[in-house]
Design a protein around this ligand. Structure first.
Ligand SMILES: *[C@@H]1O[C@H](CO)[C@@H](O)[C@H](O)[C@H]1NC(C)=O
Ligand SMILES: *[C@@H]1O[C@H](CO)[C@@H](O)[C@H](O)[C@H]1NC(C)=O
Ligand SMILES: *[C@@H]1O[C@H](CO)[C@@H](O)[C@H](O)[C@H]1NC(C)=O
Length: 485
């Protein structure tokens, strides 16, 4: 490694240097008197610093390992302490039927700095509405915590990522988020609540006629209609790591019993926590293929999983905890069909944990070939459900996540502003503060010399340091650079 070479070189230079006249106690003691002792002392110090670096490396490795939860999405990006330097990595972490959702991958970063929504028909630069209505791929982040109160639904165009990591972003009001007749949208780490009708049903997140959609780590509650509804020919959707609470009709997948275009619908519902105060539709399915895997249900009022119009439902590795009501222990509910009819629908439970008397009524064929179209990932054992859903929902910027939020200022690459002040390469100084300053692993000056920093220094830095060392040795000022270890 280069730092080692550097240290060795210094060592050789030092021991050969006949005109050293440094003022430090170390050099005073050993200078001229015993060059070998000087070399030995230096070797000891080099050894000590190498040892220290090794310990730091081990610590870092350990903290990365302890970050691993078994949740394949989170493990893909959250264990990297520098995830904020490469936000678009998230797009590679999707699983399930929506795994190909690109979002704004490859596009510029757009920093939302203005929480207002003054004129939906003529969006103001710097607002979320301005960001989501631009053309082409855009990766949208937020300069600070913000409450965005919408006038009417936020119509998201294709190839957008709304990435709320590092901020507490709340979306509420008229709408709310509408993903209509588009493709490749990722919504991540956003709180959506108290959405009311305004040229809309008042869904939290409304997906219609759209494909390749991924909703991850959002917290949704208290909306007028559904929290997430996917209808009218939508497919290739993953709904993962979300936290739902306090709501009646949680999730509708499939428009109506007559809308046969939903026959091709494929949706993955995985790693979500269906929390307190939920009534029904977790989800309610029609026609298509639904993979419900590794979710945690803490109860329900009416039912958890229901459907009509012959949907295929593959329930694997979930934990269903029934409510106390003795008449509502059944997980499942069939609508609009008599027993002779629904007995042919393919609904199966496999590896699910049933708590508090919960029971799942399967139907149709339990054989796996029938579920090929409703299989989108390898489910984990439900024994790990606490761990797998530990961080479900939007994660706070500074707490509860175990993720150090570092400044995204290094995120400048290619994010040029096309004459649009709001698209910035991360030059916006107002963003989140400098998370790296308080980080003990971020490495100070000596950390870089000895390579104990969190990130390896660029090679040229080593040469500059080596050069400085040589200059300092020659000018007899060596003690300045040689700190007590
Ligand atoms: C130098 O070292 C001696 C013996 O280790 C110690 O007593 C003395 O205080 C030191 N002087 C300075 C300036 O550090
Ligand atoms: C280097 O330091 C470690 C830890 O202090 C010690 O165990 C090891 O023997 C040292 N090696 C040499 C060559 O001095
Ligand atoms: C989406 O497509 C449907 C069906 O073609 C149409 O009725 C609706 O107006 C479209 N919505 C938007 C926002 O373009």
């Amino acid at each position: 490694m280069i730092p080692d070479t550097c240290i060795l070189l210094c060592l050789v230079l030092y021991s050969l240097c006949p005109f050293i006249n440094a003022t430090s106690n170390l050099t005073l003691q050993h200078r001229r008197a015993d060059p070998e002792a000087v070399v030995q002392e230096l070797q000891r110090r080099v050894n000590a610093s190498l040892y220290r670096r090794k310990m730091l490396d081990n610590q870092q490795e350990k903290s990365q390992l302890s970050c691993i939860t078994g949740n394949p999405i989170d493990d893909c990006w959250r264990c990297d302490p520098n995830w904020a330097a490469n936000r678009q990595r998230l797009a590679d972490c999707a699983i399930g039927f929506g795994r190909n959702a690109l979002g704004g991958k490859g596009g510029p970063i757009y920093v939302v700095t203005d929480s207002s929504d003054p004129d939906p028909n003529n969006p103001k630069p710097g607002t979320l509405r301005h960001a989501v209505t631009r053309q082409g791929p855009i990766w949208i982040i937020f300069s600070a915590d913000m409450l965005i109160k919408l006038e009417n639904p936020l119509m998201v165009s294709s190839f957008k990522t709304i990435d709320g990591r590092g901020a507490n972003v709340q979306i509420t009001g008229g709408g709310c988020v509408s993903i209509e007749n588009v493709s490749n949208v990722i919504v991540h780490n956003i709180n959506i609540h108290h959405c009311v009708p305004a040229n809309s049903d008042g869904d939290g997140l409304h997906v219609q006629g759209s494909t390749n959609i991924w909703v991850d780590h959002c917290t949704l509650s208290d909306c007028a209609d559904g929290l997430i509804d996917c209808t009218l020919g939508s497919t290739a959707i993953t709904i993962s790591n979300n936290y739902f609470f306090h709501h009646d009709k949680v999730m509708l997948l499939g428009h109506s019993d007559n809308y046969v275009a939903d026959k091709g619908m494929q949706v993955t519902v995985a790693f979500n926590r269906f929390g307190d105060g939920l009534s029904q539709r977790m989800p309610r399915c029609r026609f298509g293929y639904f993979h419900v895997a590794n979710n945690d249900y803490v109860g329900w009022v009416v039912y958890a999983i229901g459907g009509s119009a012959n949907p295929t439902i593959n329930s694997q590795g979930n934990r269903y905890t029934a409510p106390s009501n003795p008449n509502k222990k059944e997980v499942t509910m069939r609508m609009d069909a008599g027993g002779e009819e629904w007995e042919a629908w393919n609904w199966r439970t496999e590896g699910d944990i049933m708590e508090n008397g919960a029971f799942f009524v399967p139907s149709g064929d339990g054989l796996s070939p029938q579920y090929a179209m409703a299989s989108s990932l390898a489910p984990k054992s439900a024994d790990f459900i606490d761990q797998l859903t530990l961080n479900a929902g939007a994660m706070l910027a500074n707490g509860g996540t175990g993720v150090s939020m570092s400044s995204p200022s290094s995120e400048s690459g290619g994010a040029s502003s096309g004459g649009d002040g709001a698209i910035s390469g991360g030059s916006d100084g107002s963003y989140g503060g400098d998370g790296s300053s308080g980080d003990p692993a971020s490495g100070g000056y000596y950390g870089m010399i000895f390579g104990s920093g969190a990130s390896p220094p660029a090679p040229y830095q080593n040469y500059i340091i080596l050069l400085a060392l040589i200059v300092l040795i020659i000018t007899n000022d060596y003690a300045v650079l040689w700190p007590p270890l």
